[in-house]
Design a protein around this ligand. Structure first.
Ligand code: PAF
Length: 286
């Protein structure tokens, strides 16, 4: 496995890899858990070559957020990537990605005015900018993203379409602990009590999903029930509980078939998000 810190190096490695066929890309911020490894395995299964990036992107963190504290363990990440069969890792320093304060940013409108876009101003501008840079550097044929970051996924799909990036975006279902908690690097901030309490997110999402699948069409009532169930957990500070139509993340109408049920809440210093999707008329696995 090649480990590159410089843009020029990873470009030349990708050129070599491309000789064996199309290249898959898994952008990450490191501190790997089973969710990241599943993205890499899926990329490996479908493509002859897999490139992973590890970069904690300062642009997507607000001033009061956890950029400095965000967990990092490059040695362990490189070992896991190697064991998973990754061909190359791009792990640039901040100065390699942003030698100067950038003047150019990528803003994806509309889709970023809801959910995390509302509570984390500037977050998706940071994500869209770094993902565009990474796509330009690596020039992959496909990029793999987790369904857990459902809004990020829609933002990136739209970005790729609007800016003609010419690559396939592959969504991979959320990987969960045995009790349903979605895997996240931020779960390591949870105390044992908060860890137990955090299972309320997926439990309440499932209840809401079952209600809709069972024929409930008063989505405001379902949304209120979802919010109330999370708010009733003493260790949870609810940030939002929303039901929106996919793929545009707009308020749902009776004719919408694909719905996203999304929640965000704080448990101590961990801000966690989770979601499920519902296809009206059939069950989906998320
Ligand atoms: O999902 C993440 O880990 C990050 O938002 C991403 C896509 C790697 C951009 O920094």
């Amino acid at each position: 496995m090649r480990v590159c810190e410089k843009v020029a190096e990873i470009r030349s490695v990708v050129r070599e890899l491309r000789r064996s066929g199309p290249v898959a890309f898994v952008p990450t911020m490191g501190f790997f858990h089973e969710g990241h490894l599943t993205l890499m395995r899926e990329a490996r299964r479908r493509f002859p070559s897999v490139v992973v990036s590890i970069f904690v992107n300062p642009l997507q963190f607000g001033p009061a957020e956890d950029f400095a504290a965000y967990p990092r363990d490059l040695e362990r990440d490189l070992r896991l990537a190697r064991e998973t069969g990754v061909d190359a890792v791009f792990a640039p320093a901040r100065t390699e990605m942003y030698p100067e304060r950038p003047c150019t940013f990528v803003d994806v409108e509309r889709l970023t005015g809801v959910l995390c876009g509302r509570t984390r101003p500037g977050h998706f501008r940071g994500v869209a900018t770094v993902v565009s840079k990474l796509f330009n550097i690596v020039q992959p044929d496909a990029a793999f993203f987790g369904q857990k970051d459902a809004q990020q996924l829609q933002v990136i799909r739209r970005l790729v379409e609007d800016l003609n990036f010419g690559l396939e975006i592959v969504a991979v279902p959320t990987v969960r602990e045995a009790d349903g908690l979605a895997m996240s690097s931020r779960n390591m901030y949870l105390s044992p009590g908060e860890r137990r309490a955090a299972t309320v997110l997926y439990r309440s999402l499932q209840v809401a999903r079952e209600a809709i699948l069972g024929g409930e069409r008063d989505l405001s009532a379902v949304r209120e029930g979802l919010a109330a169930q999370i708010a009733a957990e003493p260790l949870a500070q609810l940030e939002y509980a929303e039901i929106l139509a996919l793929p545009d993340l707009t308020p749902p109408h009776a004719t919408d078939k694909e719905l996203l049920l999304a929640v965000a809440a704080r448990f101590g210093r961990a801000r966690l998000i989770d979601n499920v999707t519902v296809t009206i008329g059939e069950k989906t696995e998320t």
